[in-house]
Design a protein around this ligand. Structure first.
Ligand code: PGA
Length: 253
């Protein structure tokens, strides 16, 4: 059985104090309400990560992740943070390939592939994001587009490395827009990603990789999305900033 994951991407939101309160609410609710087979991941801004990681320690079902890192180990890279620096905080995950990093910060497939590898080399697990923009969806070329992103970032990995990777399919037109992919659209893409992984890594490994859906996931649509055969959870932006909503999403499996 594949892992079931609800990951919260807070993006550049919350103050340290409000972030700690939010994390504490999530942890308390999860502790009493969450089914034991579900994992929740909190990805706060980097400045909050150390404290929130400490708060989550001892709660088996709650993990923390960073939203970004750089692929070099050290050096003259003003403003950047290495995988080792993030790992030293005790967190388990780092998000990479998010469409906001690709679009706003011009991260291309080559940079993202280097980040995925650096994260794995640093003994953390990547949450690798992929997804097509609206114009590609309108031309019905989303399969080709997303396959290309997945191949460039993941096909150079070993089987052992891929096994530690979480994939998030996030159609860009659904991120922060209130538009959600229909369960059919999500399932179709998740299956296509899994089939693609199987061509390179074999069916058994492909079947073991969690593929999360992201893009306006809310308590009202999570159940339908998570009931799709190849949707193993969600990467949640806006709704992860409300403790009740985020925990309700995690309870939607
Ligand atoms: P959203 O963001 O849930 O606010 O659409 C998802 C994401 O960007 O990961």
């Amino acid at each position: 059985m594949r892992r079931k994951i609800a990951a919260g991407n807070w993006k550049m939101n919350t103050s340290l104090e409000s972030g700690k309160s939010l994390a504490s609410e999530v942890i308390n609710m999860a502790e009493t309400e969450l089914s034991s087979e579900v994992e929740m991941i909190i990805c706060p801004p980097l400045t909050h990560l150390s404290e929130i990681q400490k708060m989550s320690e001892g709660y088996e079902q709650i993990e923390c992740g960073a939203q970004n890192c750089y692929f070099e180990a050290s050096g003259a890279f003003t403003g950047e943070v290495s995988v080792e620096m993030v790992a030293a905080l005790g967190v388990k995950y780092i998000v990479c390939g998010h469409s906001e990093r690709r679009e706003i910060f011009h991260e291309n497939d080559e940079i993202i592939a280097k980040k995925v590898k650096a994260i794995l080399d640093g003994r953390l697990d990547p949450i690798f994001c992929c997804g097509e923009p609206l114009e590609i969806r309108e031309q019905n070329k989303q399969d080709e587009f997303v396959s290309n992103q997945v191949e460039k970032a993941l096909f150079n990995l070993s089987e052992a490395e891929l096994k530690r990777t979480v994939i998030a399919y996030e159609p860009i037109w659904a991120i922060g827009t209130g538009l959600t992919a229909s369960p059919e659209q999500a399932q179709e893409m998740h299956k296509s990603i899994r089939d693609l992984l199987a061509t390179k890594f074999g069916e058994t490994i492909a079947q073991s990789i969690p593929i999360l859906y992201g893009g306006s996931v809310k308590p009202g649509n999570a159940k339908e999305l998570f009931s799709c055969a190849d949707v193993d959870g969600g990467l949640v932006g806006g709704a992860s900033l409300k403790s009740r909503d985020f925990v309700d999403i995690a309870k939607s499996f």
